[in-house]
Design a protein around this ligand. Structure first.
Ligand SMILES: NC(=O)NCCC[C@H](N)C(=O)O
Length: 258
């Protein structure tokens, strides 16, 4: 039976020092960020997900973006090696969490780099963004870790945004959704649906037709509702200031064997 556990990581007081690469730096309200994070985790729980908090990493401003520290395929966890040096201290806490859940653990090895935000799974296909944070060696290590388990790894150039999943995610039927100006090569995806807003490209599949989405994408939410889905909107504005999106605030574990 599929598990429904989600790793999350509480924002730390240094959050406002988080990295910005493609955006202008603007002030982050920590109190508001904590409220938004609480509301986000509550939506997961309300849809049947058990949230598991990874130990806080007080010295790592970006640690709330827990998705970047690990990639799951079945019950195998590939511990990332973040492309940004300031984020490497986030990794040990995530590794402890997945070990305690009984996952089999593999690690991206130096000098390769990989951010979890660059990995999008659609069925057995694992798209890996080769961009500012994930290098060619990182892509090769994803192949080495997951192809023996039956995955088909497809490398995707990412030049316009931070991570692959800043550009595209996928609906429950496997249709890849993205904001076209940010997608380098939409033809790599068998079915691609353009959406009208940047943050409309980001969906977290909550189960059934429910889609967790950012409140900043109301027109895309309407589009998805019109296709028979149930968008559940959350305000993650403080995290968007740091180039975060709904996917990066959790890691969903669907196939644990523990
Ligand atoms: N997977 C994601 O979209 N992660 C967002 C990371 C944002 C963070 N400020 C960073 O630049 O690493």
């Amino acid at each position: 039976m599929p598990s429904r556990k989600a790793l999350v990581r509480r924002p730390v007081p240094r959050l406002a020092e988080g990295l910005v690469t493609h955006a202008e730096r603007v002030g982050v309200d920590f109190g508001r960020a904590v409220e938004q994070w609480e509301a986000y985790t509550e939506v997961l729980r309300a849809h049947g997900w058990e949230t598991i908090e990874v130990d806080p990493a007080d010295d790592c401003p970006d640690s709330v973006f827990v998705e970047d520290t690990v990639v799951m395929y079945r019950n195998v966890a590939l511990i990332a090696r973040p492309g940004a040096g300031s984020r490497r201290g986030e990794v040990p806490g995530t590794e402890r969490a997945v070990v305690s859940l009984g996952c089999s653990v593999n690690r991206v090895r130096e000098p390769g780099t990989l951010d979890g935000g660059d990995v999008l799974k659609v069925g057995e296909t694992v798209y890996v963004g080769r961009g500012g944070r994930t290098d060619a060696a990182g892509v090769r290590q994803v192949r080495a870790a997951f192809e023996p388990l039956g995955a088909r790894v497809v490398a995707v150039p990412v030049t316009k945004v931070l991570h692959l999943k800043s550009a595209v995610t996928a609906l429950p039927d496997g249709t890849v959704v993205g904001h076209a100006p940010h997608v380098d090569a939409p033809s790599l995806f068998p079915r691609f649906l353009p959406v009208p807003e940047e943050s409309g490209a980001h969906v977290v599949l909550l189960g059934g037709g429910a889609l967790l989405m950012a409140a900043s994408a109301p027109r895309t939410a309407e589009l998805f509702a019109d296709l028979g889905y149930e968008p559940v909107l959350v305000d993650i504005g403080e995290f968007e200031k740091l180039e975060g999106c709904v996917t990066c605030l959790s890691v969903r574990l669907r196939e644990l064997h523990a």
